[in-house]
Design a protein around this ligand. Structure first.
Ligand code: NAD
Length: 355
């Protein structure tokens, strides 16, 4: 057994079906009578309905949340927050809306309730990534953690099946890396194995039948656990590569994770025999990297980074960027191995765990 440090993040979680009915009681518990509701433009109508059910027609809604938490949007929301005299924040949506809620909580100190409707897991982490002047800045601050989280399976039913699959693969990636990240510990490893098993079973079922409520519930449960893993145990090669690729070529977040994960795991596999045994059990397979690749296929994920906008003849550039800013990983970063990893991910080829 390795030495470890275990630290848990503050959280108060309500999980189930129809749990949005507890919104009023939770806001009362947090001392908020006049919260500002947050959403993306796409979920504005849905969230306006929930806000009206809570406080009638005079409820406050800011519906301009966007990907990567642009600071000009946060400025605009903060102005409304201060002028309206709102006394709390309710973010209903995916990682983009939750990012705005976190940014506003940090600036205002107001209590924050989050209702996640994807599997991205941001609600469980003290991490906030903001963009200003085209640059992304990531901070790690416990003040961005929500005071309460309501998971309601009903609200995830409208997430299109393809998006659910990709978002779920993003969640699996959090849990896989938490098993071998530097901050890995026995508690988050238990969560990670449970999360991976639950999501791996649920995602193909959702793809086959998007109205499968049981599968949607199992995916949301796995996503919650994966979010805890990301918030406590951190990350390694896979996440860093995805950030590099996303920043360099503006590739879509969940798709990039889905494509890269099997290859990053295959690269690390020789250095993490204990983790591979756990993954064999969780995924019920002899070859976990290949199984993740197959799950990606079963949810209709794009095949290869070339199909989501990575320009040709850039494998070398990505590898150089990874080597130029080295970071902790269970297997040292080696040029030949990384070139094979990124090349395979670019082509959408099956991963190779045997070297
Ligand atoms: P998203 O929040 O951008 O949502 C994608 C789209 O789906 C949006 O239009 C949204 O309104 C819509 N949507 C969400 N739920 C829906 C539902 N149930 N029904 C119908 N439509 C729905 O996507 P995401 O993948 O959840 O979040 C991605 C963002 O979160 C990225 O910016 C990423 O960096 C960030 N993120 C942050 C952390 C963290 O810990 N800070 C963790 C994971 C992701």
């Amino acid at each position: 057994m390795q030495d470890f440090v275990y630290k848990s993040n503050r959280s108060h979680v309500i999980f189930g079906t129809g749990t949005i009915a507890q919104l009023g009681a939770e806001l009362h518990r947090l001392g908020s009578k006049k919260p500002l509701f947050l959403s993306t433009p796409q979920q504005s109508e849905q969230v306006a309905g929930m806000a009206a059910a809570f406080g009638g027609e005079n409820t406050l809604l800011f519906d301009k949340a966007r990907m990567h938490t642009p600071s000009d949007i946060t400025d605009e929301a903060e102005k409304i927050l201060r002028e309206s005299g709102a006394d709390g924040l309710v973010a209903i949506g995916g990682g983009s809306t939750i990012g705005l809620g976190k940014a506003l909580a940090l600036r205002s100190g107001l209590p924050q309730l989050v209702v996640p409707t994807t599997y991205a897991g941001s609600e469980m982490t003290p991490i906030l990534g903001e963009t200003a002047n085209g640059e992304k800045r990531t901070i790690n601050d416990e003040r961005v953690l929500p005071n309460a989280v309501i998971y309601d399976v009903d609200l995830t039913m409208s997430l299109p099946a393809k998006m659910a699959g990709l978002s779920g693969m993003n969640a699996i990636a959090h849990a896989v890396e938490a098993l071998y990240a530097r901050e890995a510990n026995p508690v988050t490893s238990l969560f990670a194995v449970e999360a991976i098993g639950s999501l791996a079973r649920a995602l193909p079922d959702i793809a086959a039948d998007p109205s499968d409520r049981e599968a949607r519930g199992n995916a949301l449960y796995g996503a919650w656990l994966s979010g805890i893993c990301l918030g406590v145990a951190g990350m390694a090669l896979h996440h860093k590569l995805c950030h590099t690729l996303g920043g360099m070529f503006d590739l879509p977040h969940a798709e990039t994770h889905t494509i890269v994960l099997p290859h990053a795991l295959a690269y690390n596999s020789v250095a993490i025999p204990g983790t591979m045994d756990k993954l064999r059990l969780a995924l019920q397979t002899d070859d976990p990297a290949l199984e993740l690749y197959k799950i990606g296929k079963s949810i209709g994920a794009p095949q290869g980074l070339k199909s989501i906008g990575m320009p040709a003849e850039n494998v070398e550039r990505v590898v150089q960027a990874a080597l130029a800013r080295p970071y902790w990983n269970p297997r040292p970063l080696e040029k030949a191995g990384l070139t094979e990893l990124v090349g395979n991910a670019y082509e959408g080829a099956p991963p190779r765990s045997d070297r």
